[in-house]
Design a protein around this ligand. Structure first.
Ligand SMILES: [Zn+2]
Ligand SMILES: [Zn+2]
Length: 178
């Protein structure tokens, strides 16, 4: 099947690699694959942009060892101001795909020699993404009163609050003076 772009991204089957030839070879053989996807759907809940890097598949006695250095861009929303921005992630992967497949193993090479990199990639992305993502370290967030993005402009709420506080202070002062 061809990887037809749908809505500008390639489907996750582009992350399936045929490693049957490596299984047939002996221990110690390896093969490299270059990844370069402008947009790729990794899972139903995950689309990555600019996924780049090299994956090395090495035949071991237990299966195929996957190692790689990858870089990608994840579209995220800032936890403070909700603005969408692109988070660049650089990470390494290293995982053994068991062959022949065993039901209890999380990552296996399928009987047909197919190694599906997508589930491992998804797991890595969730591990690498910080719990709190901020568009910038000093993001001012949203005004809790009116929802104004305080990175873009000040709203009237903080001024009014100051006015109210000043007023209260003024009244207190007057009372004390009486
Ligand atoms: Zn922000
Ligand atoms: Zn406000």
């Amino acid at each position: 099947m061809k990887d037809m772009p749908t809505n500008g991204y390639v489907a996750s089957r582009a992350l399936k690699f045929q490693v049957g030839f490596l299984l047939a070879e002996g221990k110690g053989h390896a093969s490299d694959s270059e990844l370069d996807f402008p947009r790729v759907q990794v899972a139903d809940d995950l689309i990555l942009e600019h996924l780049r890097g090299t994956l090395r598949f090495s035949r071991t006695s237990e299966g195929i060892l996957v190692q790689g250095q990858l870089e990608t861009v994840l579209p995220v929303a800032c936890d403070r101001c909700l603005q969408e921005f692109s988070l660049t992630l650089r990470f390494e992967v290293e995982e053994l795909y068991i062959y022949p497949p065993r039901p209890e193993a999380e990552f296996v090479v399928h009987e047909t020699g197919i190694l599906d990199f997508a589930p491992l990639l998804r797991e890595e992305i969730f591990t690498e993404t910080p719990m709190m993502v901020l568009c910038r370290p000093d993001c001012a967030g949203l005004c809790p009163e009116c929802g104004q993005n305080l990175n873009e402009a000040q709203c009237e709420c903080s001024k009014q609050q100051t006015d109210v506080r000043l007023q209260a202070l003024q009244q207190l002062k007057e009372r004390l003076e009486d």
